[in-house]
Design a binder for this molecule. Structure first.
Ligand code: ADP
Length: 297
């Protein structure tokens, strides 16, 4: 079975249903992990969580989703990050986060977990991470992560990256571009979204955005654009893929994460980029017809 490692954070989620808040969980790379698992990859979650009741709840939930958790670092005394999805009278959703003390910030601190990380990463054909994963870490740990992934790539591993640019997670725009560019620089494959990338670069031309990422060394670029066509730039198999028509769109939360799960599961099994993007669109189309990041299996 083809194995994928995903690096990042999964938080507790409270979603509002009338006046009741329902407990769940979610996080960008974790959402991708779930869809890649459902589509037949063997997925390991490289993350950190605490040792309290709610951390155990999360690890149990990840296991129930079929995601391997023997790559999770347990931080003694830690408690998970949390977000609340609030829905206003018009149905508009807003996200509120409590993640300043998330255990993921401790994920790469020295210790036996870190010592064995290279060999654990090496057991996976592909490792996927995001700009959110990077933003949450301190500078020294960001450097450590990119060095680990650069080494992993030199040894033949495939590095996949979604910049998932969230301005409020970065101190300023320069910090974001600096680190996102470094991440592109060590990645084989990237899944930017047009809106994020346009905001990050102050550039509206699709071609120029792709050109910029290509100049940074990425060999396979998949530019998502909401309901618009997906643009693929890769050696040998470039083109445009129309998205699946969806009526009505119920909730676009995790559309990009689901796309990435669909794409990776197909691509890593040997399909070409265009066929993989079609599967990405199918997976995302399913997800946006339901509420929430993780739809029923
Ligand atoms: P992100 O969630 O990262 O911002 P996008 O909004 O670009 O990503 O959407 C990711 C993918 O989800 C798209 O490439 C497309 O396949 C699918 N998608 C998003 N919105 C729609 C829509 N309105 N109709 C059909 N597919 C959509």
């Amino acid at each position: 079975m083809i194995s994928l490692g995903v690096i990042g954070e999964c938080m507790l989620e409270f979603s509002q249903h009338d006046d009741i808040y329902q407990l769940g969980y979610g996080g960008d790379v974790f959402n991708t992990a779930v869809y890649a698992t459902r589509l037949g990859l063997d997925v390991s979650f490289f993350t950190a969580t605490g040792d309290d009741h709610y951390s155990r709840y999360l690890v149990g939930a990840w296991n129930n989703e079929g995601v391997n958790t023997n790559t999770v670092r347990i931080i003694p005394g830690g408690t998970p990050g949390l977000y609340i999805i609030q829905t206003d009278d018009t149905g508009e959703r807003s996200f509120h986060y409590w993640r300043d003390t998330t255990p993921f910030k401790q994920w790469l601190k020295p210790g036996s977990y870190l010592d064995t990380l290279p060999e654990k990463l090496a057991q996976h054909q592909c490792v996927y991470f995001s700009g959110i994963s990077l933003a949450l870490l301190e500078d020294a740990d960001r450097t450590r992560l990119l060095e680990l992934l650069a080494d992993y790539r030199i040894q033949g591993g495939l590095v996949a990256f979604d910049p998932n640019y969230r301005p409020r997670l970065w101190q300023n725009h320069t910090e974001a571009t600096t680190w996102i560019d470094k991440a592109y620089g060590i990645s084989n494959m990237a899944f930017p979204s047009y809106d994020d990338e346009a905001l990050l670069r102050g550039e509206t031309s699709h071609d120029k955005l792709i050109q910029n990422i290509s100049t940074l060394g990425v060999l396979e670029i998949v530019l998502k654009n909401g309901a618009g066509e997906v643009m693929i730039f890769s050696q040998g198999d470039s083109g445009k893929v129309p998205t699946e028509p969806v009526h009505p769109v119920v909730d676009t939360t995790a559309a990009g994460d689901a796309f990435n799960g669909g794409y990776l599961s197909t691509r890593l099994k040997g399909a070409e980029a265009i066929a993989s993007a079609k599967q990405g669109c199918r997976t995302a189309a399913q997800v946006i017809q339901h509420r929430g990041a993780i739809i029923p299996a």
